[in-house]
Write a protein that binds this ligand. Structure first.
Ligand code: HMG
Ligand code: MG
Length: 302
């Protein structure tokens, strides 16, 4: 049985743009986020408070975040931001962020490349971040990368993912997002991981899925997750994205492709597909190349 409604966690402005080589002007990012809100997206990941040298594209977080105040006028829009450590938390809280995300890894190689830490050292780095955020009533999402496969380590054992997922929940994260960072998952693997998490006491209701579409499996994987009871799905407008610290990762599941499928299934998202498509077409013009989303291409074809 499928859920009647799901929440889309829009990551185009963060996961999408972080991979763009050319720095996008701050005003364009703010306009992109505003248009996403107008299109009905209610959770829009805005930026990251990471080291600017690690992700130069998002080095303007201090300039961007204050521009988003007016988006509150559009409705009840949540604007989560990525925060790896206490320095990042200080920066985010100083600007009034009310939702943060820490981002761990199921594999040692990616933890080293993305966070300059071992898996356990990164959990130790997150511990005071989550504790302070919770004390301040700030909502915390815990991303978990490389839940299915890792470009350096190959297939990732389910038990290894469950251990880190459990640890993130034990730190106090309000929700998890299971990342298929390089897009290698298939539906059977998704079901196996969700079942193993349930057995370890991690409920599906607080677990989102985050699929990249490298092998064209993101929608099939999403459907498998919905059938398992998942109600939060990450996607990026126009299928923007990738990860600068994970070779071979392509963009996230395109939000338009997701909404097209959900509309067909009669699942409510609150998103206006035409307005969203127009936003992705507009952003593609700004970036100077077409959106990889099949739905954007189909709906915008002359
Ligand atoms: P580090 O070099 O180990 O940092 O990097 P450090 O703690 O040793 O500090 C070194 C210097 O950096 C210090 O400055 C700190 O103040 C400064 P100094 O005292 O030398 O002058 N610093 C900072 N400055 C600004 N903001 C900060 C910050 N932290 C330290 N937050 C660190 C460790 C975590 C900072 C670094 O590895 C980093 O920024 N990594 C971010 C990588 C990233 O953003 N990756 C992409 C997001 S993850 C993703 O895309 C996957 C996801 O989509 C899910 C999926 O698909 O799987 C979420
Ligand atoms: Mg990602």
């Amino acid at each position: 049985e499928l859920p009647a409604r799901i929440r889309i966690h829009e990551v185009g402005a963060r996961d999408g743009l972080q991979n763009e080589k050319t720095v996008v002007p701050t005003a364009i990012k703010a306009e992109f986020i505003r248009r996403l809100a107008v299109a009905g997206l209610s959770t829009i990941e805005a930026t990251s408070f990471v080291h600017p040298k690690w992700v130069p594209q998002l080095a303007d977080a201090e300039q961007l975040f204050p521009l988003l105040g007016e988006i509150a006028d559009v409705g009840d829009v949540a604007l989560p931001v990525l925060v790896p450590n206490e320095r990042g938390l200080d920066r985010a809280l100083a600007l009034g962020a009310r939702r943060i995300a820490v981002f761990g890894s199921a594999t040692e190689t990616f933890a080293a490349r993305n966070l300059n830490r071992t898996v356990d050292e990164s959990l130790a780095m997150f511990e005071p971040v989550v504790a302070r955020a919770k004390a301040d009533r700030v909502h915390v999402r815990g991303y978990l990368s490389m839940c299915f496969g890792d470009p350096w380590e190959g297939a990732v054992p389910v038990a290894q993912v469950v251990r880190v997922a459990r640890a993130l929940m034990d730190l106090g994260c309000d929700e998890l997002s299971l990342g298929d960072t390089i897009g290698v998952a298939t539906p059977g693997h998704v079901r196996a991981l969700l079942s193993a998490l349930n057995e370890a006491g991690v409920p599906t209701g607080t677990t989102g899925v985050h699929f990249h579409d490298t092998y064209g499996q993101a929608l099939s994987n999403t459907l498998a997750a919905l059938q398992h009871g998942v109600t939060t799905v990450d996607a990026s407008a126009g299928g923007l994205g990738g990860c600068p610290y994970a070779k071979s990762a392509t963009g996230n599941l395109a939000t338009e492709d997701l909404v097209w499928m959900l509309q067909g299934l009669g699942i409510e998202t609150g998103v206006d597909l035409d307005a969203l498509t127009a936003t992705s077409v507009w952003l593609a013009e700004q970036l100077g190349r077409p959106s990889p989303s099949r739905t954007v291409r189909a709906l915008s074809a002359q």
